[in-house]
Write a protein that binds this ligand. Structure first.
Ligand SMILES: Nc1ncnc2c1ncn2[C@@H]1O[C@H](COP(=O)(O)OP(=O)(O)OP(=O)(O)O)[C@@H](O)[C@H]1O
Ligand SMILES: [Mg+2]
Length: 315
């Protein structure tokens, strides 16, 4: 699909996007990449300039398809003077869902406590939760969420993440755009990265990280110069650098034990040996900004992440 806006901006440029049934697909790209425009086209809010779109096997925006697609695209619109619950009841009526669905989705997004307060008194995060709740009213086969965790506090991010995981496990198909790369990494089966309206990467989180090359082992050994000598030329070792008394060894991380043994058998003390892997954020930056220096193995220590902690946080 391609979308050119009047004024000459090509927001989406020949994008071929496939969302597989039952997967949670992360949709990444820098500001202005065309994520929202793509999602708008998928729900029939914006007509593509050219190309062909099928949603659940039909053109987007047809009434029977809309009934099976739940979407939250940019800021959700609600009546300010009505409570969250009443807004959802109204939305349920429009969507042809039973009114009692309102209470179910309020629980799912963790908004039951404040369901009776007028929408205008909601914080940004509560508004966002209500938007996700509205998208869930129809128990949609396909859920399209444009940055659903925008404005949420860490607990809210965790809640929505858990909710999306649950939906994924229940077999819902989810298309999710986000800037929170750590989040996408944790909940998505597959990630598509676009830049300037074009696809730049498509793969599992591991594959995207892997596209950056091999991992690096950081080794603290004594004496370091002899350790470097010992590892250079070892099978599977691509490079060995010595910086600040530590070795940075670019290699397959599966060789860690063998390299450790080689050092110890050569009479070298190994105080520490740990793999660092590229974060998805690094993959993302290198994919969407080719002018930046390559990240593989050349990052200052502050940008590294230990394998054990990479999946932990939200950035
Ligand atoms: N209605 C519009 N008229 C003209 N240009 C538009 C319109 N909507 C979006 N654009 C332009 O299309 C491009 C893609 O915008 P879009 O909102 O799809 O990006 P995005 O990936 O969602 O960005 P963000 O991460 O900031 O939400 C931008 O250059 C934007 O200025
Ligand atoms: Mg957007």
């Amino acid at each position: 699909m391609t979308k050119r806006y009047p004024g000459g901006i090509t927001a989406v440029d020949g994008l071929d996007l496939r969302v597989r049934e039952g997967e949670v697909l992360g949709f990444l790209g820098p500001n202005g990449a065309g994520k929202t425009t793509t999602m708008r086209m998928l729900v029939g809010l914006v007509r593509p300039t050219s190309g062909r779109i099928e949603v659940l096997g039909r053109p987007p925006g047809t009434p029977d398809r809309l009934a099976r697609v739940g979407a939250l695209i940019e800021s959700p619109a609600f009546y300010p003077h009505l409570s969250g619950r009443d807004n959802l009841r109204l939305a349920a009526r429009y969507a042809g869902a039973p009114e009692r669905a309102a209470d179910r989705v309020l629980t799912e997004v963790g908004l039951t406590d404040r369901a009776g307060s007028p929408f205008r008194t909601y914080s940004l995060g509560m508004k966002q939760r209500l938007g996700v709740a509205a998208a869930l009213l129809k128990e949609p086969s396909l859920l399209i969420l444009d940055e659903p965790t925008n404005g949420l506090d860490p607990a809210g991010v965790t809640d929505i993440r858990e909710l999306l995981r649950t939906l994924g496990r229940r077999g819902h198909t989810v298309l999710l755009s986000s800037h929170v790369l750590g989040e996408v990494e944790q909940i998505c089966d597959r990630i598509v990265v676009i830049d300037a309206g074009r696809l730049v990467a498509d793969g599992t989180p591991d594959e995207l990280r892997g596209s950056l090359g091999q991992a690096v082992l950081v080794i603290d050994a004594d004496p370091a110069d002899r350790a470097a000598e010992c590892l250079r030329g070892h099978d599977g070792v691509r490079s060995v650098e010595l910086a600040d008394g530590r070795l940075r060894v670019t290699t397959d991380p599966a060789l860690a034990a063998a390299l450790n043994r080689r050092l110890v058998e050569s009479g070298i003390d190994v105080r520490e040996l740990r793999p660092v892997r590229h974060s998805l954020e690094e993959a993302f930056l290198s994919l969407t900004a080719p002018a930046r220096p390559p990240v593989a193995g050349s990052e200052p220590p502050g940008r590294e992440q230990e394998a054990a902690t990479t999946t932990g946080g939200v950035r």
